[in-house]
Design a protein around this ligand. Sequence first.
Ligand SMILES: [Zn+2]
Length: 167
Amino acid sequence: MTPDEFQKFYPPLLNWLEMTLDAYSTAAQTVASRGFPRLPLYFSANTLASTKVALVDQLPIPPLSSMGLTRFVDFERGNFDGITYLDTFFLKQAQAKNEAMHFHELIHVIQWSLLGPDRFLFAYANGLEQFGYRESPLEVMAYDAERAFTSSSTIFDAERLVATKLS
Ligand SMILES: [Zn+2]
């Protein structure tokens, strides 16, 4: 995706994101309130207090095709268990107690925050286009960190890890 093309889709996409977060604002709870034991060892108290999670039956996915972005149709139809927009992530109800899943989406929250929405969306779209969902660089970073979280009790600063990988 060229920067010119991205500039065309960015305003309607951002508008959709803001309207979606607004619509779920009362249903969303802070991650801190979910009371997971390990997340505070990897993320700052501030991050866990400012990040929100909404448990839903159906994940809200932007209507990319109707915005004219037809080449992400696989992503649009994908059956995911979670997705992150800015400081809020959405999880299927079945993942409510899945701490690793919360960890994975928190990695995306840090990516959104450090890159800003324009650079996050541009990088995410290009990653999807070039490598597919699972091998896109922002997903590889989240899956690798999630694996480090689940496979070992060694504590690391997840926010610094993301900052280092993005720099
Ligand atoms: Zn992910």
